[in-house]
Design a protein around this ligand. Sequence first.
Ligand code: NAD
Length: 477
Amino acid sequence: MKQNWIGGAWVDGATVTRNINPSDLSDLVGEYAQADTEQTGRAIAAARDAFPKWAQSTPQQRFDALDAVGTEILARKAELGDLLAREEGKTLPEAIGEVGRAGQIFKFFAGEALRIPGERLASVRPGLEVELTREPIGVVGIIAPWNFPIAIPAWKIAPALAYGNCVVFKPADAVPGSAWALAEILSRSGLPAGVFNLTMGRGSSVGAALLADRRVDAISFTGSVATGRKVAQSCIERMAKFQLEMGGKNPLVVLDDADLATAVSCAVQGGFFSTGQRCTASSRIIVTEGIHDRFVAATVEAMRKLNVGDAREKGVDIGPVVDQGQLDQDIEYIGAAQKEGGTLAYGGMLLERPKKGHYLAPALFTGTTNAMRISREEVFGPVCNVIRAKDYDEALAIANDTEFGLSSGICTTSLKYASHFKRHAQAGMVMVNVPTAGVDYHVPFGGRKGSSYGPREQGRYAAEFFTTVKTAYTFPG
Ligand code: NAD
């Protein structure tokens, strides 16, 4: 049984959870300790105790620890990728890619620890000096979702530590394996006891305890809008700093002048890869009249060739849905889209494979409107719908007519429309002739409207959340 890491020691949980492989429901990935609220409190106390010293640690100390973590993750990419694919269900190449990204993120923030910025300005008053410095915020509670079991924890934990904060990390229930493997690497990285803590367990107990505890200075959360709202309410109540990355209903606009092969590839990759379980997945495909029928025919043709199967098998394009709950949600939305008048152009049925798993054929709906539930609510599965638009202006209006604003894409060969779209898409990230999902690790990540709240994650912009600014005035005398 894999334990929690609290105050520099491995400790048993209050209970145990079983981690099941969604590609093969008879395969037990492992058993993992589940912390309760009391243990979460102990982890918070350990982080609090460790904070004063870690806040004063040298950039070199932080660099060494984070760089060692990044190096080990990269060296063990294949093995950790296999574990990730086994517990979450994304394909092996996708999983190995995600692990590689986690390693690069640790390397990036190792470097950032050496470059914590400050400024010195002339005062408006004679003889005074003004300095702006960035200081750590304290103990950070990190609450992560299941769909990127190592990359999302990495892009929260690495900057938190690089800027001198201590961490209590609560992974999602469905994916304790990758979280534990990451914690095990961190446990050997030279970080002092209590600087990093792992508390695996339920959102309603461990997560809620992190939100309620006044010793936790900040919460970095990624997950659903519903949970994000609870995080916001708890944090506001006690004036804790928080950042939220939540859902998406990301549009991909395909214009008449698009290169058809590029558009189909963007739609299929952005909509269905990683089983559509990405916050940046393009689930609404908005297509102008002149290319609509050709685009739908070519996309269905491409979907026919997709191989849905065991995430770790060679040649598989799309792995299983993560668990029964998510599968039920996908099926419910497929039914709702049909009831509301959408035409199921392809897929949407459960698939049988030699091993029992949560297999679903990617689904494409046509004849949908932007008012239907399938267009307004996040499915978080391999389910996309096509909306017909008269022209670019109407397509842009539909793309922006959503409560979300994470990623927004367009396929066009027109510089005029591409430039206009980049300026007018109401989203944190805009993609031209590339899928809406798939981002670099050294630049900011995040959205607007209902998708995100608070400062951006990743890149140099991560400093906004993980530090607080101090303005110091000196009169040298
Ligand atoms: P979720 O909201 O169910 O859970 C997220 C985390 O919150 C989990 O660790 C969970 O245990 C915890 N949690 C649940 N209830 C809690 C409570 N009452 N108090 C504290 N913590 C609690 O989300 P999920 O199903 O794990 O992830 C899917 C969602 O995440 C989707 O909506 C997806 O769009 C979103 N997501 C967003 C981004 C982004 O960067 N915008 C990235 C990945 C996933």
